[in-house]
Unconditional design. Structure first.
Length: 135
């Protein structure tokens, strides 16, 4: 016993050690964060979900309130992917069936780190003799 009459050690009703993973899972469930954590996996899985052609010009960049945000390297690709929005949303949602996204938003990326995938695809295209024109 400590001062104040409280007992040291385990609380009543517990039956021994609990795995940290189980505690974290329980905390995520109780806080309502489980869906968001499950959805975050899509950011890393994006290239394997959409394939190398789309992954070379578009990068899953964020998630908010059931919306997946994707940065796209150019206006023509932005238009192309907007036309495939529903197909891509279905494709992504197959990877997270318990917590599907309600929508996908494509945005034109800036000229910073977000366009790193574009630079790589442009270098690969140049190596194959394909010309790329920036506007």
């Amino acid at each position: 016993m400590t001062r104040g009459g409280r007992r040291r050690g385990r609380e009543r009703g517990t039956e021994g050690p609990v795995e940290v993973g189980a505690l974290v899972a329980d905390m995520l469930d109780r806080s309502g964060l489980r869906a968001q954590v499950d959805r975050i996996g899509v950011l890393d899985a994006w290239p394997s979900l959409v394939g190398p052609t789309i992954a070379a010009v578009a990068r899953a960049s964020g998630i908010s309130n059931g919306t997946l945000f994707v940065e796209v390297s150019s206006s023509p690709w932005l238009m192309e992917l907007n036309g495939k929005r529903h197909k891509l949303l279905k494709l992504v949602n197959r990877s997270v069936p318990d917590v599907p996204f309600s929508r996908i938003v494509f945005r034109l990326s800036g000229r910073g780190e977000a366009s790193a995938a574009t630079s790589k695809s442009q270098r690969q295209a140049s190596a194959r003799g394909v010309k790329h024109h920036d506007r």
